[in-house]
Design a protein around this ligand. Structure first.
Ligand SMILES: [Zn+2]
Length: 92
């Protein structure tokens, strides 16, 4: 914490000179996609030459979840309500 009465513009500027944001660096994966350094690739699931994420299984899992969520929404009747709201002309 700083003493309020002692803060002048010069001191504030010097303190904040280290607070600048730095753009995230991107590395190119062997599959050609951009990825963060020291992170597994989201496209192919490779890290340091090894497959660490099963991308196909993950996609299947996500598809199954989406399907189930859609089904639950349809059964609860909210999906039809949402569609009706879309069809309704907007006021004003
Ligand atoms: Zn990759």
């Amino acid at each position: 914490m700083v003493v309020r009465m002692r803060a002048n513009r010069s001191k504030t500027g010097k303190r904040r000179s280290h607070q600048g944001l730095v753009a995230a660096r991107a590395a190119r994966c062997s599959c050609g996609a951009l990825r963060l350094p020291h992170r597994a690739c989201a496209e192919c699931g490779m890290y340091r030459g090894k497959v660490v994420i099963d991308v196909v299984a993950r996609a299947k899992r996500q598809a199954r979840r989406d399907k189930r969520r859609e089904k639950d929404l349809r059964e609860s009747g909210q999906a039809s309500q949402a569609k009706q709201e879309d069809k309704m002309p907007t006021a004003t």
